[in-house]
Structures are given as C-alpha cells and as structure tokens.
Design a protein around this ligand. Structure first.
Ligand SMILES: Nc1nc2c(ncn2[C@@H]2O[C@H](COP(=O)(O)OP(=O)(O)OP(=O)(O)O)[C@@H](O)[C@H]2O)c(=O)[nH]1
Ligand SMILES: [Mg+2]
Length: 418
C-alpha cells in the first residue's frame, strides 16, 4: 500500500453500519464512455475481489447515446439513471443509490486504476471518513493531463481552495476518492456540475471529517473528454467564492469601508498633498462612494455568512459567526444604525446652521455634507440589515440546535439529494 501522505485528524474506529447490504459500492458517472466503461467495471470488480470485499458497481448515466449503458451492464454493473445532466448530478444520484457501507468514486474513462481500490477501503476500515487519491502526490503518466490543467488549472484552483478553506489538499480535483456512507450524508452535497469535486473537499473540511490522502497514478483517458477547461474551471472558482463570503464580500467590503471612511476624515479639515498630487473634494466624493459600497458589500457578506449557516454548511468565518451568534441582536444592530444616522444628521445640522448664520448665502461645505450623507445612509442600511440578519440568525440557531440534538455536526443534512 502506498504511504498516506496527509491526514487531517486521527482516525476513529470504523462505524458500524449493519444495515449496509455490501461492503463497497463503486460509483462511476458515465457519459458516452463505451470505450472504457466496461474495462472500468471489470477492474472495479477485480479490485473488490483482490481486497476480499463484497461489493457492487453502480454506473450513473444520464443520456449516453453510444451504447455505454449496455456495455456497463454486460460487464456486471448496476446502471442507474439521473434525469438532470452533469457530473455532480450523476454522482449524487449514484451515491444515493449506493448500498455499500463504503463508497469509492472514480471516472469511467480509464484514467483511474480501480484494481487499487483496496488501499482506499482499508483506510476507511481503519477509521478514516474520507480517503482522497492525489495524482500530484503520485504519478501523472504522459498524455494523461494536458499542460494547461497540469501546470495552471489544477495547481491554481487547488491553491485557491486551500487558502480560502484552510485545507491542505495536494490535488483538489482528483476524481478517485472514497468515503463512508455516513460521511457522504454529512457532506450534504448539492452541486450539479464538475464543481462537485471542490464541494467534496470543502464539505469534508467543514464537517471535520478525518481525511487521508493517498498517492495514485493517473492514466491517459480513453474516449473524448467531457471537461471544458474554462467553463468548468470557472464553475469551481465561482463555487469557492460563493461558499466563502469572507473573501468574496467581507474582506474587500471591509477594506473599502475603512479606506472610504479614513479618506473622508483625513480630507475633512482641508486638502491633502501626496507628492505632486493634490487631493480635495473630488476625492471626498470617491471616498464617500467607497464607504457606501464597502458597507453594502460587508453587510451582504454578513447576510451570506448567516444564510450559509442557516443552510447547513459552515463558511470558514468562525470568529465572525460566533460574534453574530453570541453578540449580535436586533436591539444592538438598530442602536448602532441609529447612532450612526444621528452622527450624520448632527453633522448635516451643523452645515445647515452655518448656512443660516451666513444669511442663506453661498457656502463651501461639500466635504462634511458628503460625510454626513455617508453616515446617514450607512445608519439606515445598518438598521434594516439588522432585521434581515436577525431573521437569518434565528434559522441558523435553529439548525444548530437540531444538529446538536441529532449529534450530526453543523450540517444536519437529509443525505444526498438526487
Ligand atoms: N452521467 C454523467 N457523467 C458525466 C457527465 N459529465 C462527465 N461525466 C463523467 O464523469 C467523468 C469525468 O468526466 P471527464 O470527461 O473524465 O472529466 P475529467 O476527468 O475532469 O477530464 P479528463 O482528464 O479529460 O478525463 C467521466 O467518467 C465522464 O463520463 C454528465 O453530464 N453525466
Ligand atoms: Mg476523466
């Protein structure tokens, strides 16, 4: 057995799953893979036999027109059909149909060696929840992966995923993996497309599954690739950003808000010279825009974070979610918004008084007016956002209480939705 290259948590004893009909379900999605699906099914059955495991091979098809279904059946697979197109939809159906206490997943294109599945299952038996095959820690044979994917797509997207979700995967998009049936329920997967590969890695981290990574060999696929480099790469990136409100909304929004407010305050008493540049009123207007845009973006981040929590997955914003759960309430939110509005109103009133003192003649007070406007708008936004946040917080707390009572972590999911 090749060495385990990474583990995220010490293994616990394997779960008892007396109701499982077989030891292992090998699940393969298939879209027009008549050249290879039969070989993959045969190899999977051989892998089960070699490892001394009982099992089944579940091929999930949704629309093959090249005879893949017949080839898979002839090789000994159980073929299931999923009406919704896509790699993720096919896998979720396959997972839902699987009867094994352990599930091994992999492409039906000949790029993974299913005779090696024993090493995955033995680690699950040793207590890991999730075993991830890594091509980059193993070997990528010539012609198996195009240059763009090998040196740009996979490394960059893996790095982004590692940073955003604090994981240490060496190959976040590898297709050969295994998990316990319990782990797949806890992950509560929902992706329809190729981004399911990212979702599994993220959901494993968020649900604190114990993870082992094993090196594997990646072979040149048979038949035509279904991967579309740019649209599918974008699907992964978009999924990660939407699942990570901290980096998508909170960090950029917070920076814009801070810079906007600081800039307005610095320019309030007069002009600012930076080298040969003179910053004045027009920059105050720009900073007002940053203040409001930044606040809006940050508020959206808070709402997205709480919404994510209420939906059953936990974005990695631990301190922030704790703050919302423990310190934020409607009274405090409305008070903060009200005070901010009152400060803006006081500043505006000062300008009004000045204008009245000058017999309603011309005055040049645009900078304090812009700051007052920013503060009043921020106050109104804070008050109304507090209502939405409170509403979502109630949902998130309810879910947490439910999941605590079922002992099912944060995601009290209903299993795989297919
Ligand atoms: N049922 C089903 N299977 C799909 C669909 N899209 C892809 N697949 C299968 O999912 C697996 C992964 O797709 P591939 O085309 O191999 O994608 P990839 O592994 O990222 O790219 P390659 O390295 O070129 O193989 C293959 O077994 C495909 O047949 C789909 O829409 N429905
Ligand atoms: Mg493939």
């Amino acid at each position: 057995m090749p060495p385990v290259v990474r583990t995220s948590a010490p293994p616990q004893p394997a779960r008892d799953a007396a109701e499982a009909a077989v030891d292992v379900s090998v699940v393969m999605p298939c879209l027009n893979e008549a050249h290879s699906v039969g070989i993959c099914v045969t190899k999977a059955l051989e892998g089960l036999e070699r490892a001394g495991l009982s099992g089944e091979v579940v091929v999930c098809d949704n629309g093959s027109t090249d005879g893949s279904v017949e080839v898979a059946k002839a090789a000994g697979a159980r073929v299931v059909h999923e009406p919704e197109r896509g790699y993720g939809a096919a896998y979720r159906r396959g997972f839902a149909e699987a009867r094994g206490r352990y599930i091994v997943m992999g492409d039906s294109d000949g790029s993974y060696d299913f005779t090696e599945l024993g090493q995955f299952v033995h680690l699950l038996e040793a207590g890991y929840d999730y075993v991830h095959g890594s091509r980059f820690a193993g070997e990528i044979l010539p012609g198996a992966m195009p240059w763009l994917h090998r040196y740009v797509g996979n490394p960059v997207l893996t790095k982004v995923l590692n940073i955003l979700f604090s994981v240490k995967s060496s190959d976040a998009h590898s297709g050969m993996r295994a998990f316990t049936s319990e782990a797949i329920k806890r992950m509560n997967l929902a992706s329809p497309g190729m981004e399911l590969a990212s979702e599994i890695v993220i959901a494993a981290a968020e649900n604190k599954l114990s993870v082992a990574e094993v090196p594997i060999t990646y072979y040149p696929r048979l038949g035509e690739s279904k991967l579309r480099s740019w649209p599918d790469g974008w699907r992964h990136l978009r999924f990660m950003l939407l699942r990570c409100p901290r980096w998508l909304f909170l960090v950029p929004g917070g920076i814009a808000l801070g810079v906007g407010l600081a800039g307005q305050l610095v320019l309030l008493p007069g002009r600012l010279r930076i080298g040969s540049h003179l910053l004045d009123m027009h920059f105050s207007a720009l900073f007002a825009l940053l203040t409001l845009g930044g606040l809006q973006t940050s508020v959206f981040g808070l709402l997205a974070t709480t919404h994510g929590r209420a939906q059953g997955y936990e974005p990695m914003t631990g301190r922030l979610t704790r703050f919302i759960e423990q310190r934020f309430n409607l009274r405090r939110g409305v008070t903060a918004g009200g005070v901010t509005f009152a400060v803006g109103l006081a500043l505006d009133s000062y300008v009004l008084a000045k204008w009245l003192r000058r017999s309603r003649g011309p005055i040049n007070e645009m900078k304090p007016v812009l700051l007052a406007l920013s503060l009043m708008a921020a106050g109104v936004e804070t008050v109304f956002a507090s209502f939405s946040l409170t509403e979502m917080k109630v949902g998130a707390l309810r879910l947490m209480r439910n999941s605590e009572s079922t002992g099912n972590g944060v995601a009290a999911g209903n299993g795989t939705a297919a």
